[in-house]
Design a protein around this ligand. Structure first.
Ligand code: SAM
Length: 341
């Protein structure tokens, strides 16, 4: 279907309201999948508008559920919509929607877990642009459960760092919802009380924008927290041009003692016997004051710290294997939220 054949806005045939869809298909929200449905059309449209102009774009929506956001996406006349939904109960209502717009928009419905789905496989090759070009006509949009969206963003940052998955098509933009506090952390500048590892990681690979809040009361059932909508656009060049895992390790350890002098956290990058000496060496190479606190360090200073760590482990390759958390690993993986904040 050519762009000219698509109207500038698609008018869907009359469909039952999302509230009625939920009632008709008996789509009781499942607590185990943290399902909270966004019921207010005004806020739904606002999320889609936050993604920018999506007309003629390929839009991948993660966790469409009963399809409220999906309807709003389709009305913007995208070229193709890719839906990834884990809960098969939503299939009939999503198929109904796909059928309602079948002459105007291609809709792929994938029943599966976004953490295991290769989205790139469903994106047409002809949208591919170079990494330094303006972003391609591809958008990732999602109102996912908080537990999934936080893990997903870390996975996606790693994929961005390697220009893999959807990012083989160029600097694909994302519009995602998070627990308000997490959204604030992702976008927190230095000195902000929310500045943490997630801020440094997100801002190292992306331009992060906190767009707006959605009160918990706008969802059914109402979650205990409010929601923040964030857009992320991959940067042409990351600030720290080093492998994801190395950056993650250095930044994690430095933030492991958030209120202390940052060198205290940096010491935990090294075995106990040489900890103080090596951390001091790292700060000397980086030319950074050891009494700086983690939330005062800019991403450019983190770059110097990561490069200094790289210099040290290149001289002593065994040091790179040192993992302060190794004996406590089981505990850490059990509490994934603490792990990535
Ligand atoms: N997009 C809908 C809305 O805004 O009303 C539903 C939002 S609800 C918070 C999250 C949706 O993500 C649910 O439909 C849930 O089944 C789905 N979901 C949960 N985990 C998922 C996963 N790992 N992969 C894909 N979808 C998932």
């Amino acid at each position: 279907m050519s762009a000219a054949q698509r109207a500038s806005r698609i008018r869907l045939p009359p469909l039952p309201s999302i509230k009625d869809v939920i009632r008709l298909y008996k789509l009781r929200a499942l607590r185990e999948l943290s399902q909270n449905f966004l019921m207010e059309p005004r806020l739904i449209d606002k999320i889609v508008r936050a993604a920018g102009n999506i007309q003629n774009n390929v839009v991948c929506e993660v966790g469409p559920g009963p399809g409220g956001i999906t309807r709003s996406i389709i009305q913007q006349a995208p070229r193709k919509v890719i839906l990834v939904e884990k809960d098969p109960r939503f299939l009939p209502t999503l198929e109904l929607l796909a059928d309602a717009c079948k002459d105007k928009v291609d809709v792929d419905i994938i029943t599966g877990d976004i953490l295991r789905t290769d989205i790139a496989h469903f994106i047409p090759q002809d949208v591919k642009v170079g990494w330094n070009d303006p972003p391609p006509p591809v958008n990732l949009i999602g109102n996912l459960p908080f537990s999934v969206s936080t893990i997903l963003i870390i996975r996606w940052l790693e994929a961005i760092s390697r220009q893999e998955g959807p990012w083989t098509f160029g600097r694909v933009r994302m519009t995602l919802t998070f627990q308000k506090e997490v959204a604030e952390r992702m976008s927190a500048p230095i000195l902000d009380k929310q500045r943490c590892r997630l801020s440094v990681m997100c801002q190292n690979w992306c331009n992060v924008k906190y767009k707006f809040d959605i009160p918990g009361a706008a969802f059914l059932p109402k979650p205990e927290v409010d929601v923040g909508v964030v857009t992320l656009t991959p940067l042409k060049q990351p600030i720290i041009k080093l492998p994801f895992k190395l950056v993650e390790k250095v930044v994690r350890q430095i933030f492991s003692m958030r209120q202390k002098y940052s060198i205290r956290g940096a010491q935990t990058l090294f075995p106990e016997e040489i900890r103080e000496e090596m951390a001091l060496k790292m700060y000397n190479i980086a030319d950074l004051d050891p009494v700086t606190r983690p939330f005062q360090i800019t991403n450019y200073e983190f770059r110097r710290l990561c490069e200094a760590y790289k210099t040290i482990v290149t001289e002593n390759p065994d040091l790179e294997k040192y993992d302060y958390r190794a004996p406590k690993k089981k505990l850490v993986t059990e509490n994934i939220d603490d792990e990535i904040m």
